[in-house]
Design a protein around this ligand. Structure first.
Ligand SMILES: C[S@@+](CC[C@H](N)C(=O)[O-])C[C@H]1O[C@@H](n2cnc3c(N)ncnc32)[C@H](O)[C@@H]1O
Length: 249
């Protein structure tokens, strides 16, 4: 029987190859990932991430899992913004070199407490059931090969009453902005990628993968199907990104 195909940007590849292709891609761009994020989003990713962390229902000593945490932006911003809460944050990512960048950043910023770094796959998390108060994932879900399985894992590792928060590029809801955004994404971004990290292909993938991700309503349904309740979403910047959140009842 032929293996089912999945998307890798606009390419269709066998399902079993996606995770390795994604890992390879992020390994190549890790050393320039933060700079590229600033250039690609014109600095907006910083505002989105700041707004994201301010939406989390934090409590003193909350246990947080940041999946596809990459170079640690969410975890580091949380620890910087809320030192008095003594948060316990585990950052999990597939790509060792992304995590290394994150760990270096944490050390340089003197952020050593309340941070653990794990190399792992969102589809098979190395934690027991009911471990975390909050599961976060920012700009990571669209890279995961088996998203329904990752959602099931999110549900499994959350404590009853725990919260799932996902920030992801989404579908632009304002027509004139959509045209501008397309032109910027397909004509300018891959060239910036080539210039900064000598890797046009990687940034072509990043742009294409945004277009392949389920739209706001579809993603809301997918989250519901994984067993979450009170699934809600909000568009930011005209739908360039969307925040989805939900609770494990
Ligand atoms: C676009 S980066 C986002 C990094 C970070 N969350 C941020 O907002 O800057 C996507 C990350 O997803 C990670 N990733 C992709 N597939 C994954 C998987 N199956 N499990 C865990 N991490 C994954 C990649 O290694 C990469 O670091």
């Amino acid at each position: 029987m032929k293996e089912p195909l999945t998307d890798f940007g606009f390419e269709h590849i066998p399902f079993s190859e996606k995770t390795e292709r994604v890992k390879d891609l992020f390994s190549k761009v890790a050393y320039r990932y933060d700079l590229m994020n600033d250039l690609m989003s014109l600095g907006l990713h910083r505002c989105w991430k700041k707004s994201f962390i301010h939406r989390l229902p934090l409590q003193p000593e909350s246990r947080i899992l940041d999946v596809a945490g990459g170079t640690g932006d969410i975890a580091l911003q949380l620890q910087k913004a809320y030192p008095h809460l003594r948060l316990e944050i585990s950052v999990c990512d597939l790509t060792p070199s992304m995590l290394e960048e994150g760990r270096d950043k944490a050390i340089n910023q003197g952020l050593l407490k309340g941070l653990d770094w794990f190399c792992g796959n969102a589809e098979q998390l190395p934690w027991p059931d009911d471990s975390f108060d909050i599961y976060t994932v920012a700009f990571g879900m669209r890279n995961i090969a088996d998203k329904p399985q990752a959602l099931k894992e999110a549900w499994r590792v959350l404590k009853p009453g725990g919260w799932f928060f996902c920030l992801e590029f989404s579908q632009v809801t304002i027509a004139p902005l959509a045209k501008l955004y397309d032109a910027y994404s397909f004509r300018i971004l891959p060239k910036v990628g080539q210039w900064v990290s000598n890797n046009q292909e990687a940034y072509q993938y990043l742009v294409e993968s945004i277009r392949q991700f389920p739209n706001q309503q579809q993603w809301q349904q997918d989250i519901q199907q994984a067993g979450f309740q009170q699934v809600s979403f909000e568009n930011w910047s005209g739908g360039i990104v969307a925040l989805h959140w939900a609770q494990k009842a």
